[in-house]
Design a protein around this ligand. Structure first.
Ligand code: HEM
Length: 153
């Protein structure tokens, strides 16, 4: 597999890694984007699973534009962090698991929004919501573990 050293050595990668505020501020944006997108998805999933049943699902729908803004912030900041140590992250199993869980989480959200078009909350929709929670909470856990597992000391 081609190495990603070129990305780490690019002006962008060097700046994120070596500037005093680059990495910490981008990591903070990463957490803010994550809080926005996963917070809103968690609300929807819990509502589908039967919590806060007095809140109409259509009112949560309105928050989805904001969720996409959070996802964009999360993705962009994630890519910038990645550029600082690209060759390690790319080959690190726990990082690969995190990216897989994010992809599965986005697919689960897409499926759930389609299932909710029928108005009634079906058993299938509940299963998708539970799977979605598993993916997003798993992505958070894998993201946190990236700093500790599979890192050469
Ligand atoms: C919603 C999706 C995502 C979630 C839930 C997530 C979660 C996390 C978490 C919990 C951390 C650890 C933060 C900390 O230690 O303070 C983290 C760090 C990081 N994330 Fe994400 N992330 C997401 C998307 C992405 C994407 C799309 C990328 C890459 C393109 C990415 C790349 C990184 C990198 C490189 C780090 C730094 C790890 C380290 O410093 O060891 N993330 N992420």
């Amino acid at each position: 597999m081609e190495s990603l050293i070129w990305l780490e050595e690019s002006g962008l990668g060097v700046w994120v890694r070596e500037s005093m505020w680059g990495y910490p501020l981008i990591l903070a944006s990463h957490a803010i984007g994550m809080a926005i997108v996963i917070g809103i998805i968690t609300m929807l999933d819990l509502r589908v699973l039967g919590f806060a049943s007095r809140i109409p699902i259509s009112s949560i729908d309105n928050l989805f534009t904001i969720a996409w803004i959070g996802f964009f912030l999360n993705f962009l900041s994630g890519f910038l962090l990645f550029s600082a140590d690209a060759d390690r992250f790319f080959f690190q199993t726990v990082f690969q698991i995190k990216i897989l869980l994010i992809i599965l989480g986005v697919i689960a959200l897409w499926v759930l929004l389609r299932q909710l078009r029928d108005q009634a909350i079906t058993k299938g929709a509940k299963m998708t919501a539970a799977f979605s929670l598993f993916c997003w909470f798993g992505a958070i856990t894998a993201g946190r573990l990236t700093a500790y597992i599979g890192v050469e000391k």
